[in-house]
Design a protein around this ligand. Structure first.
Ligand code: HAS
Length: 563
């Protein structure tokens, strides 16, 4: 049974209530940490491109792998997780509300995560954990690094429980009604995150911590990598889904349209829950110890996870076209003209969408088993994730920041800040096009990823790659200017912009929209299917890995001061 229109409209009005100051403070705390991580991680990114160009040597004995680890952890793990959790709390607070008790628990999640972050970053900065953001065994870090990671995950689990509880309490108060779309999406993302992080938590607690403390002399590398990638691929969708939340729910409002299809959006998110997790082997296609049959099964499942992204692309084109035509724009592409190009809240996420066309195509190439042989472990993969997470996702997060931060701090996005935002978006687009484009080409020429200049600087190929590495240094420097500008905009929006009320733009459904089928909220069924798919994809190969385990590996530490 679907929901009546009057109730829908009434709920929509409730959503427009202002967020209380104390709630806003909690949401903003996550966002402050995210932007601090952006600045630190971005600076490390700049240093990396300079070192790889062979024209710059790190001072004070700082190692290449040390800055690479800071870069990956700060941007890939800290910036994303904090921004996402802060944004999701805001969406939940706005649509289903947050009680005092839930807020206390949310603060607990924040402080546990901060404690973990300080431990992890401290060990990396002291040079005791140059293990990159994937911390592959047998690279070994100081135990504090792993304890920090475990706390980060535990803190995020508290957020999962808070978000689930928020929706549960709301549903109790609104029997028979469908949940607000943003809340539904947040709960899917956190359910996926919880199931996925069980993998990384197990390897950290069962394998890495005892090994780093010296209780175990060796570690089973294949098992640790498998548990990592069981988590690692859903991790990328944990980054992507909040961007999709903004595309489905926020962007239509900003362009003056309606949600294209509430049911389609929910279905896409359910498909992400099903297919994000049982696909980790596509990161391990070149690894021995996993049978080709199981790699093939997971490659097929990877192609399933492409479908909800194609549904999203379809949905976005439909929103743009329908809104344009309603405004009277005619012709095949006339609707394109109505888009609010001068509104940075739209422009930044839109460029993110455009970047996802080549970014997604690159992902499909990576997933195609034979083609993966060409690109695996080359800097092509780095190019791929700079298009996906560092452009599609991050530009959307910036787009969200332009309205979310002033909304939470009681300020206004002024025309001047909007203009700066447009400049920032252009700088980012130019910098990333140069950097990611040259990474893709250099990868096709065989250049390795994650390699210090000292490992390939003297080789014959290094000459062939030099041009692209220079281009990456140029792109990286432009991007760093973009980061500094974004941090400036953030500080302005958080502390100095004029006081006012910035809208929290949540789109409505069309008055004539078909009711959303209630079976889409059958949470138990979705979780059972997800677990069943995971068991199908992982049980036999995992048992194989344990039964045929080779002797474990002793620890290995990256050389310090290796440029
Ligand atoms: Fe990936 C490696 C496969 C998506 C991130 N990926 C990585 C790594 C990262 C990453 C971080 O199969 C490196 C990990 C490491 O350190 O080793 N990836 C895929 C596939 C997809 C995909 C099949 N990746 C992402 C996303 C990421 C991300 C999203 C971050 C957010 N990836 C791989 C594989 C590897 C890999 C292998 C391992 C490689 C190796 O060998 O190590 C798919 O989800 C992509 C589907 C996307 C689409 C695009 C839909 C387009 C849309 C935009 C519409 C545009 C509009 C605007 C509406 C089908 C929705 C239009 C307007 C106009 C004017 C045109």
């Amino acid at each position: 049974m679907g929901i009546t229109k009057t109730k829908d409209q009434q709920r929509f009005q409730e959503m427009q209530l202002m967020i209380p100051k104390s709630d806003a403070k909690m949401y903003m705390s996550f966002i402050y940490v995210a932007f601090a991580a952006l600045l630190i991680g971005g600076l490390m990114g700049l240093l990396q491109t300079l070192v790889r160009s062979g024209k710059f040597t790190l001072p004070f004995g700082i190692g290449y792998y040390q800055i690479l680890t800071v870069h990956g952890v700060m941007l890939g793990l800290i910036l994303t997780t904090y921004f996402i959790i802060g944004f999701q709390y805001a969406l939940m607070g706005k649509t289903v509300g947050i009680s005092q008790k839930q807020k206390k628990a949310a603060w607990a999640s924040f402080w546990v995560m901060v404690t973990g972050t300080l431990l992890t970053s401290g060990t990396i900065l002291l040079g005791k954990a140059s293990v990159l953001y994937t911390f592959y065994a047998p690279l070994q870090a100081h135990p504090a690094f792993y304890f920090g990671l475990a706390l980060l995950v535990i803190g995020s689990w508290i957020s999962c429980f808070v978000n689930w509880r928020q929706l549960y309490v709301w549903k109790k108060k609104h029997p028979g009604e469908k949940s607000p779309l943003p809340a539904f999406m947040v709960v899917i993302n956190m359910t996926m995150w919880f199931i996925a992080t069980l993998g990384v938590a197990s390897t950290v607690v069962i394998q890495f911590i005892p090994w780093s403390l010296g209780y175990a002399a060796t570690i089973d590398v294949l098992i640790s990598r498998t548990l990592f990638w069981y988590f690692g691929h859903p991790l990328v969708y944990f980054w992507l889904l909040p961007a999709y939340m903004a595309w489905y729910v926020i962007i239509p409002k900003i362009i003056g349209g309606k949600i294209f299809s509430d049911s389609l959006a929910r279905m896409a998110f359910i498909l992400f829950l099903f297919f994000s997790i049982p696909v980790g082997f596509h990161h391990q296609l070149t690894e021995p110890g996993i049978s080709p049959t199981w790699k093939f099964v997971q490659v097929c499942l990877t192609f399933m996870v492409v479908i909800p992204s194609l549904m999203t692309a379809f949905s976005m084109f439909a929103v743009f076209e329908i809104t344009g035509r309603k405004k009277g724009f005619k012709g095949l592409f006339g609707w394109f003209k109505h888009l609010p190009w001068k509104d940075v809240r739209f422009l930044a996420p839109f460029i993110g969408m455009v970047a996802f066309i080549p970014g997604g195509a690159g992902g499909i190439i990576n997933a195609s088993h034979q083609m993966n042989e060409v690109v695996h472990n080359t800097i092509w993969v780095t190019g791929h994730f700079h298009l996906t997470v560092a452009t599609t996702v991050i530009l959307t997060f910036f787009g969200i920041s332009y309205w979310l931060i002033p909304h939470l701090t009681g300020r206004k996005l002024t025309p001047q800040i909007n203009r700066l935002g447009i400049i920032q978006t252009i700088i980012w687009t130019v910098g990333m096009t140069i950097m990611s484009g040259s990474m893709h080409i250099e990868g096709l020429l065989g250049a390795p990823r994650r390699s210090a200049f000292s490992t390939y600087g003297g080789t014959a190929q290094a000459h062939e790659w030099a041009y692209y590495q220079l281009a990456q240094a140029v792109g990286g420097s432009i991007l760093f200017i973009g980061i500094v500008l974004m941090v400036y905009i953030f500080i302005k929006l958080a502390f100095f912009a004029p006081r006012g009320n910035e809208a929290f733009p949540i789109a409505e459904e069309d008055a004539n929209a078909q009711p959303t089928p209630m079976f889409l909220e059958n949470w138990k069924l979705w979780v059972v299917i997800t677990v069943a798919l995971i068991l199908v994809a992982y049980t036999i190969p995992f048992v194989d890995m344990i039964q045929h385990a080779p002797p474990g590996s002793p620890p290995f530490t990256m050389p310090i001061g290796n440029n």
